[in-house]
Design a protein around this ligand. Structure first.
Ligand SMILES: C[S@@+](CC[C@H](N)C(=O)[O-])C[C@H]1O[C@@H](n2cnc3c(N)ncnc32)[C@H](O)[C@@H]1O
Ligand SMILES: [Zn+2]
Length: 172
C-alpha cells in the first residue's frame, strides 16, 4: 500500500486510482490506468471500533455506510479522511468487490477495468428503509435503489405490493 504523509495521518492511495467528481454522486474513484482482473486496488482502512460502539450508528444510517464487520468483536469505521477508498460509490452492476481477510479490507477488481472507468462495488444494503436510498449508478441494470443484489427479488415483490396499494388508493 502506497501512502502520502499529511500532518499526522497517512492518506491511502494506489497506482491505479484517482479521486474525481462522480456522475453517480459527489466524489468518486476512477481508474487512472487499465486495471487487470482480480487486482487488489486499494485497502479500505479506518478506525477499529467495538461492535458495541458501532451499534450506536444504527440510529444514524449515514454513518453506518462506512462500517465493515472485521470479526465478532470489532467493526471498522472507514469514515476518516485518510481512507481514500471511502469515495467509492455503489453500483447495481459493480466492477469491484470487497474482500475481508485477517482483519484487512481490500477493494478488488471483478474483471478488467479500463482507464477512465469509475470504480464501484455493491454496498450490500439491507431492505430496511430501502426507499430512502435511491440509486443513481446509471447502469442498464440499475434497480433504482441501493440494495444488496441477493435481496432484489424480495425488493421487487415489495415494490409490486406498494404499487398495487397506490392503485387502490388512486381508484377511491
Ligand atoms: C461512502 S460515500 C461514497 C462517496 C461519496 N460519493 C462522497 O462524495 O462522499 C456513500 C454515499 O455516497 C452516495 N452514493 C454512493 N453510491 C451511490 C449511488 N449509486 N446512488 C446514489 N448515491 C450514492 C450516498 O449518498 C452514500 O451515502
Ligand atoms: Zn443502480
Amino acid at each position: 500500500m502506497k501512502a502520502i504523509l499529511v500532518t499526522k495521518q497517512m492518506i491511502t492511495t494506489s497506482e491505479y486510482i484517482e479521486v474525481r467528481t462522480s456522475l453517480i454522486h459527489g466524489s468518486g474513484i476512477y481508474a487512472k490506468k487499465d486495471i487487470p482482473k482480480e487486482t487488489r486496488i486499494i485497502e479500505y482502512i479506518g478506525e477499529k471500533i467495538s461492535r458495541l460502539k458501532s451499534e450506536l450508528f444504527d440510529e444514524n444510517p449515514e454513518k453506518g455506510i462506512y462500517l465493515f464487520e472485521l470479526n465478532k468483536k470489532y467493526d471498522l469505521d472507514g469514515n476518516v479522511e485518510y481512507n481514500t477508498a471511502r469515495f467509492i460509490n455503489h453500483s447495481c452492476n459493480p466492477n469491484c468487490y470487497v474482500e475481508i481477510k485477517n482483519e484487512e479490507i481490500w477493494i478488488l477488481s471483478i474483471n478488467e477495468i479500463k482507464k477512465g472507468e469509475e470504480l464501484t462495488y455493491d454496498y450490500g444494503f439491507p431492505l430496511f428503509n430501502f426507499l430512502n436510498y435511491k440509486c443513481n449508478c446509471g447502469t442498464k441494470k440499475c434497480v433504482g435503489y441501493i440494495v444488496e443484489r441477493d435481496l432484489w427479488p424480495k425488493m421487487f415483490k415489495k415494490l409490486i405490493k406498494m404499487k398495487k396499494k397506490n392503485l387502490v388508493l388512486s381508484n377511491k
